[in-house]
Write a protein that binds this ligand. Sequence first.
Ligand SMILES: *Cc1c(COP(=O)(O)O)cnc(C)c1O
Length: 425
Amino acid sequence: MNETNSSWFERAKQVIPGGVDSPVRSFRSVGGTPYTVRSGKGAYVTDVEGNAYLDFVQSYGASLLGHAHPAVVETLREAVALGTTFGAPTPGEVLLAEAMTSRVNGLEQVRLVSSGTEAVMSAVRLARGFTARDKIVKFDGCYHGHSDALLVAGGSGVAQLGLPDSAGVTAGAVADTIVAPYNEVPTLDDRVAAVLVEPVAANMNLVAPASGYLAALRAECDRVGALLIFDEVITGFRLSLGGAEEYFGVTPDIWCFGKVIGGGLPVGAFGASRGLLSSLAPEGPVYQAGTLSGNPLATAAGAAVLDLVSGEDLTDLADRVERFALGLRDAIRSAGIYALTPTAGPLVGLYLAREETPAPLNFAESKELCGNGLYGPFFHEMLRQGVALAPGAYEILFTSLAHSEEDLGRTIECAGEAALVLADL
Ligand SMILES: *Cc1c(COP(=O)(O)O)cnc(C)c1O
């Protein structure tokens, strides 16, 4: 067959619902046909037609070193020859757990799983089991994976499709989930097992926590004996080496990780103090398990990435991103479109508007901007110039350590061009 993006997508649609294995990839919210990736190298991906794109998707943050980093590829080559899964303890899972716990203050143990969804789902079960309480609090627009209890008022793909939540989730499954606005401290009571939060909200575009917000959540949890869960699936080992705990100086009771810690392979993890995790089977009554959990390939890739990334790498990247954010904002504004590019460490968001507007503090405000129809045409103008942003207004721009000053400079120029087209629409 002819190797084109559209021929592959047509073929995919015959055998995969909507042609994709995760809805955001379908381009549904920006229109058009997705490019089908053949390969990636560093900051770039190449599609089946041979077009190269500077990639700001980076597997939604799973790739911190960039694609196909030589050391990670070599590690995997060695690991695969030893066998890919055993269903018995392996050194690799110990090494990854040690790498994680040694970097994050207060994190004493982790249980490895295979996705961020699993990590959060299991963390919630642990919190309920440990506290013997039912209710959980989540924040409007935060995304915590696709498990039933957490699929209310989710950001990311759920928001892009305009779904308030998902069909197929029973009222019973979400009856104990309380939804509060981000950047507001809910008043809790002693029925609440846990408060679950993205320490930097990065699935409703980027909404940073207001100064003192996370500390106030911590204090409110302590007041009623509820546990604070940080969903660090995006922020973990990216915001800083010690994650949000180090960056904001607020310590949760339970951490959830994913994305970065798999080095591009499927991994998630949840962790806490030894005391809390002693509630987990086989030591305690909270059941959790997984055939491929702690998979040798995934743990080898994850440990290799953590080994290769220093705190200085992340602060350097954050500095690059800070300059990039200002350049991007100014280039777009100069072309006659109002832009906001909030940052938190190396995380950067992008809001476009026709008129000057304040930075969103919660999902309702983010929706106003992300739903104004400007992102789709902007996205396509960038793609036409060889810059791949995420195909949805609620995603942030994911940089990797492979994104050079030059790459970011070129992106700023492309954004200026794209904004000129938008201003003429
Ligand atoms: C991506 C994400 C998840 C879900 O992780 P998966 O590996 O896609 O299941 C959970 N929480 C946050 C904050 C995420 O960004």
